[in-house]
Design a protein around this ligand. Structure first.
Ligand code: DC
Length: 202
């Protein structure tokens, strides 16, 4: 059985939480594609050439412990504008999407570029202020020394770069179901996602 669920949206909208829950609900495999760009970004911060980093990326690189920092997030968003970097990561994502047993992929361009024929597509969003507040909580709880203002600026800078780039910009696929999590708790957001996917499963 092949069934691909594409979940796109901006930073800290709740994609990760929803994707994990949806994958567990249906028993599907899950790929957080942001990790691919974060791993490439982290390597460039360590001085490795960006294309070299993308071409030689291994599954092990995705388990590095420091991929969730704000610095790596910005580096990821910067390497993600490069067409050659994106091209180097396409095959892995498509193969993952078509594995048997079903797959959930979350990112920015899954429903538009990587899996335009995904059986179900969601676009998960929330206001920049709500997303920044969530990210601030998460980072400060994990011991990062950040301010609310800096996190909001980071979120806005990444949104602008991700949405305005020429290659695979962040935008909802025409046939994506929109879920705005600004005023939704986690359980309600997951329920909305499952309901939208069930409607596509028939
Ligand atoms: O989802 P995330 O915050 O981990 O993503 C980090 C960056 O990677 C994001 O700012 C843009 C880039 N990205 C992308 O361009 N395409 C994807 N499918 C996933 C992430």
């Amino acid at each position: 059985m092949q069934f691909t669920i594409a979940i796109d949206g901006p930073a800290a909208a709740g994609k990760g939480t929803i994707s994990k829950a949806v994958a567990a609900h249906y028993g599907f495999a899950h790929l957080d594609t942001g990790l691919l760009y974060r791993a490439v970004g982290a390597k460039t911060l360590a001085g490795i050439d960006v294309l070299e980093a993308a071409i030689t990326l291994t599954a092990e690189d995705l388990t590095a412990s420091d991929l969730r920092t704000p610095e790596v997030a910005q580096a990821a968003s910067k390497v993600a504008v490069l067409a050659d970097v994106r091209a180097a990561l396409v095959d892995f994502q498509i193969a993952f999407a078509r594995r048997s047993g079903g797959a959930v992929l979350d990112g920015r361009d899954i429903g538009t570029v990587i899996c335009p024929r995904a059986e179900a597509k969601l676009f998960v969003t929330a206001s920049a202020e709500v997303r920044a507040a969530r990210r601030y909580l998460e980072l400060s709880q994990n011991g990062h020394d950040v301010t609310r203002e800096a996190v909001l600026e980071d979120v806005k800078a990444r949104d602008a770069r991700d949405m305005n780039r020429a290659e695979a910009p962040l935008k909802p696929a025409e046939d994506a179901v929109l879920i705005d999590t600004s005023d939704l708790g986690i359980e309600a957001a997951i329920a909305a996602a499952v309901a939208a996917i069930d409607a596509r499963k028939g």
